[in-house]
Design a protein around this ligand. Structure first.
Ligand code: CA
Length: 227
């Protein structure tokens, strides 16, 4: 999943990149409101982590602008936003939530708590309450990063897991190769031209050919149960 971090503190940004990157989130970081807005216009992010005190103004300004953006183009005004605030910024936290932030954390925070809140926001954005995704006998647990089919554990690489999760969350919609790539790779990554095909090939080998369907020239999808 693609995450935009708007944070001017290098130490905090590096900590987020290390801990969340290791859990398979593709993070891009900017350090100002202006760069944050430019990034949101250029890329479809699944989630925004927003610092409130930025060199060119208040994080709330970006949030207000995002929530006020027209639907149907970038940036998506529905993009979930978690604000990161200092402990004494109670008033800004309240203001942030009222401006449309979905959640907040006070610094310093536990990276595991942040990751859990991010998973919760992602569930909510996908319109589901259950933490484990079930498709027939296929069970995927984003918190444990585990997958089983018919009760048997299936070992997936971090990228394979990310491709599967993106397809399951989009199901039954079709995701294009470019849309899948955008969820897997941040700006700093170099992408092999056939990377998504290779991951899908491996997923089919491990989960069965019918788990992921191809729409020729368009992309891939996971059919809903019984479809
Ligand atoms: Ca700051």
């Amino acid at each position: 999943m693609r995450v935009l971090v708007v944070e001017d503190d290098d130490g905090i940004a590096a900590g987020l990149a290390a801990t969340l990157g290791a859990q398979g989130w593709a993070l891009d970081r900017v350090a100002s409101l202006a760069a944050g807005w430019a990034a949101l216009q250029a890329e479809a992010f699944d989630l925004v982590l927003l610092d409130l005190g930025l060199p060119d103004g208040e994080g709330g300004t970006l949030l207000r602008r995002l929530r006020g953006a027209p639907s149907g183009r970038m940036p998506d005004p529905q993009t979930p936003v978690l604000i990161m605030t200092a402990r004494d910024e109670v008033a800004s936290r309240i203001a942030g939530l009222d401006l449309g932030a979905d959640d907040y954390l006070t610094k310093p925070f536990d990276p595991d708590e942040l990751a859990a809140r991010m998973r919760a926001l992602r569930r909510r954005a996908a319109g589901r309450a259950q933490p484990v995704l079930a498709f027939g006998d296929l069970l995927v647990d984003p918190a444990a990063r585990s997958v089983s089919r018919g009760g048997q554990p299936v070992e997936l690489s971090a990228r394979e897991f990310a491709v599967l999760l993106a397809l399951l969350e989009a199901s039954p919609r079709v995701l294009s190769r470019a849309q899948i790539e955008a969820k897997l790779y941040n700006w700093a990554s170099s992408i092999e031209s056939n990377a998504v095909e290779v991951h899908v090939h491996h997923l089919r080998r491990k989960l069965g050919d019918s788990a992921i369907r191809t729409v020729r020239g368009v992309g891939y999808f996971v059919p809903q149960e019984g479809a």
